[in-house]
Design a protein around this ligand. Structure first.
Ligand SMILES: [Zn+2]
Length: 131
């Protein structure tokens, strides 16, 4: 489930319903993980099953986000005999692709997704998620 909230000068308000649905509100303590381009709120204390459930759902979210980007870039069909940026070396040739974690670059290669389109989106910096 996703809530869309506006950020303000006062910060970000997490709706009571979101706290209730997630179970974070009932935990009595929350842990805010500040990441680059993301925030993650976890229960301050979790059982093994709760921790596994949270980790699994975060993994699912990561998969969805990568899938969204893959869909935005598309398959490599217009690059002739293969994407010109798809090199067998571990070091990517494209300037924008150097900032992509190798595991994600490999996922793009394995899925025949267009690395040229990915690099173009990275270099242009336009919005590919949300409005
Ligand atoms: Zn391509």
């Amino acid at each position: 489930m996703k809530f869309t909230q506006e950020t303000t000068e006062k910060g970000l308000i997490i709706p009571t319903s979101a706290l209730k649905i997630s179970g974070v509100g009932a935990a009595g303590q929350a842990e805010l993980h500040v990441l680059e381009d993301a925030l993650v709120v976890l229960k301050g204390r979790m059982t093994a099953l709760e921790l596994l459930t949270a980790a699994y759902q975060l993994h699912q979210l990561a998969t969805e986000l990568c899938g969204h980007l893959a869909k935005a870039c598309g398959f490599c069909t217009d690059c002739g005999d293969g994407c010109p940026l798809d090199t067998p070396e571990s070091e990517p040739e494209g300037q924008g692709l150097r900032s992509v974690p190798p595991e994600l670059l490999e996922m793009f290669r394995a899925g025949n997704l267009c690395l040229g389109a990915l690099e173009e989106r990275i270099l242009i910096g336009g919005v590919v998620y949300g409005g």
